[in-house]
Design a protein around this ligand. Sequence first.
Ligand SMILES: [Zn+2]
Ligand SMILES: [Zn+2]
Length: 342
Amino acid sequence: MSLVPGTLMKAQILTTPRPVEEHPLAYSEVPPPEPKADEVLLKVEACGVCRTDLHVVEGELTPRKEGIIPGHQVVGVIVASGTNCRKHSIGTRVGVPWLHRTCGICEYCTRGQENLCERAEFTGYTANGGYAEYVVAPEAFVYRIPQQFASIDAAPLLCAGIIGFRSLRLSNLRRGDVLGIYGFGAAGHVAIQVARHWGIRVMVSTREPRHQKLAQDLGAEWVGGAYDSPPVALHAAIIFAPAGELVPAALAVLRKAGTLVLGGIHMSAIPSFSYDLLYHERVVRSVANNTRQDGEDFLQVAAEIPIRTETQIFALQDANKALQALKHDGIRGAAVLKVGSQ
Ligand SMILES: [Zn+2]
Ligand SMILES: [Zn+2]
């Protein structure tokens, strides 16, 4: 360990899940974690703030670990590693995503669907995350961060980016096809850049004027309100907003055999709708987590393009404030906590 024994680290710890307006995260000093044999210890530089963090902090996701430190888009430098670590050397800058660890032996892990692992651990939910100065993660589940991204800009790629990428992959689009994106936050603003890179036409529905402006800046062919119909029928649509009412609205503008991908971990109830909206082989599917391959493939594409992330930076101590802003659609692009000095 390169840390001085007895040194404490700053961390945001979830006390009792409750509305963010009531400041559920306590800015505290705790002993830094120690890496196990297969884990690396990172000095955190940046941690993205994701809507899932909001679901954890407010309790929409059932609490799995008491006093959890949230944050699953963590960029940091390896400062120590366990005795079995061989892949990354000390000093390497890596990212820790939501998928913290899988069992490797369940029926999903052995079928190439590790994102659905029965015993998966999740960063910032079942294992402590990156709203802290230090974090540990299994070496096999961290990604090397491409050189050209600053840590702040890389953080939103690790969840919003990867999930946006997996959502796009599952939407079965071809070059020249038309994609609708509903909700234009952190994931949407990355997904549109990959879609444009692949020659896909993008229509964006979102209620916030500044999100509409960002969508336009990033190459959306049309932007409108959350329930406005795009001018052309869609080959696929991705809903990033956690609003179930959008499902029938998006199905109504989807072509035959089109795919509707639901990109969130949590969504309000989906209202009942006529079978006509689904008939003609339309498909509705969710996206759950990602495989390590998705992450590796995405970071490679992200570096090629290269993806430009729009970030709004908050200090670690202002995590409650960042989550409040996210809750009320007050973030242009992605919110990121800056941790330590870089
Ligand atoms: Zn498994
Ligand atoms: Zn996330």
